[in-house]
Write a protein that binds this ligand. Structure first.
Ligand SMILES: Cc1cc2nc3c(=O)[nH]c(=O)nc-3n(C[C@H](O)[C@H](O)[C@H](O)COP(=O)(O)OP(=O)(O)OC[C@H]3O[C@@H](n4cnc5c(N)ncnc54)[C@H](O)[C@@H]3O)c2cc1C
Length: 383
């Protein structure tokens, strides 16, 4: 097996590295750049280079490149800790969903703006009583003349406070079996009846929200795909959500900087420390292969399902081990607020320690992913 990039991909990677060396100062956004690094300006710069919607058809503003090319790009962005949150969901998930199920009018209106970095999306899936069991969702969309009237509550909605549109799932047939009466919509967040309330996470940061919908009148043209077939559309969307390299490299910058710190201070002379850091480096490489496998399957027209679950499950657990290891290596410093360079690194490690539980929850919990691997990968039956 040859894991080398093609000469074109290597040239592309060099171009990206040169751009990032200029555009991302090493002490600006670092960990979780795809979640907390909200910078519409940076997204527009990427858009101007054609680096959003890289795999999409050219008629919608894309570059018609392969999923492996996109992975070369996203890997470099995340390794550098670039602030990519403003376009991440549109590029990763909403765009591909529209390409697969959207009407021609929806694609023409939305996709070119996404590729220019002009639109921010949020994903309105989870509800207070429907997370892992998403099909239990209760937000309802009732057809009334030329629109749907949507009422309900969403929770943990990342970026809802800054989003232009929500990609939202709602129940359109309350009498159908629970997986069959669901539809997907694109909702303008400025519509009357949409209220966003912030939720602050354990680190003290705010990136997710509660969203309340009170008789929000959504024109019918914003129904995505077929009415009541939303569940089947969501399934493929979740594969995109779960399989990217952001499930491995969210906290890569703090790992990289801790290795450097350990080398510079002599900490790395301790064989136990060397062993811990080497182990993580090996796991990062293994995770990378799983993610590359998914991208390779996508580029062959395949449908990675349990493969995406495997990648997310393994990779997010590596991210958690990174958080635990860096905060324990930096010892007492890890409780200090940022100040000196060492304390700043320790502050980042402490933040990671608090944030890391989210990695194995957001986008599907590890338990649920193990069920997918068991049922769809190994062919086991639920008892
Ligand atoms: C940082 C962050 C960002 C998020 N952003 C968004 C967003 O933008 N949009 C959005 O819609 N949602 C978002 N979520 C929500 C996320 O998708 C849900 O939290 C997740 O799907 C789990 O649902 P839940 O929280 O309701 O937990 P539950 O489903 O109640 O699960 C609780 C526990 O039970 C376990 N469990 C549940 N079912 C099973 C089963 N069948 N077998 C074995 N174990 C099971 C779970 O693994 C978990 O340990 C975000 C979450 C986080 C943490």
């Amino acid at each position: 097996m040859d894991f080398a990039l093609t000469p074109e991909q290597q040239t592309f990677r060099t171009e990206i590295r040169e751009f990032l060396a200029k555009e991302v100062p090493s002490d600006s956004v670092l960990e979780d750049g795809w979640i907390t690094g909200y910078s519409p300006e940076f997204s527009r710069k990427l858009g101007a280079r054609g680096w959003i919607g890289l795999t999409w058809p050219q008629k919608y503003g894309g570059q018609a490149k392969s999923y492996l090319d996109r992975l070369v790009l996203t890997e470099e962005l995340l390794r550098a800790g670039a602030p990519v949150a403003a376009h991440w969901l549109g590029d990763r998930q909403v765009g591909p969903a529209l390409l697969a199920y959207g009407s021609e009018e929806q694609k023409a209106e939305i996709l070119p703006r996404v590729t220019r970095g002009e639109i921010v999306f949020c994903l309105g899936m989870s509800e207070p009583g429907a997370g892992s069991d998403l099909a239990s969702l209760r937000t309802k969309a009732v057809e009334e003349g030329d629109h749907f009237s949507i009422t309900g509550q969403k929770i943990w909605t990342s970026f809802a406070h800054v989003a232009d549109y929500a990609y939202l799932v709602a129940r359109t047939d309350p009498d159908a079996p629970k997986h069959k009466g669901i539809s997907e919509f694109l909702i303008d967040m400025k519509l009357p009846g949409v209220t966003v309330r912030p939720l602050v996470d354990l680190t003290g940061e705010h990136h997710f929200n509660e969203v309340f919908l009170d008789n929000v009148r959504v024109p019918k043209r914003w129904l995505i795909g077929e009415k009541n077939r939303g569940w089947y559309q969501i399934a493929s969307q979740l594969d995109y959500e779960r399989s990217g390299i952001e499930r491995l490299l969210s906290n890569y910058p703090v790992f990289r900087d801790t290795v450097k710190y350990a080398q510079e201070t002599g900490l790395a002379k301790d064989p136990l420390v060397r062993n811990q850091l080497a182990q993580l480096q090996i796991e990062l490489e293994m995770g990378r292969f799983l993610v590359y496998k998914v991208a390779w399957m996508l580029s062959q027209g395949g449908v990675p399902n349990y493969e995406a679950a495997m990648a997310k499950c393994f990779c997010t657990e590596v991210e958690q081990r990174i958080a635990q290891t860096v905060s324990s290596l930096l010892g007492d410093y890890a409780v200090l607020l940022p100040g000196s360079p060492a304390a700043r690194l320790a502050g980042r490690a402490a933040r990671e320690y608090l944030y890391a539980p989210a990695y194995t929850i957001q986008g599907g919990t590890s338990n649920v992913l193990r069920n997918i691997m068991a049922i769809r990968g190994l062919g086991l039956q639920a008892g």
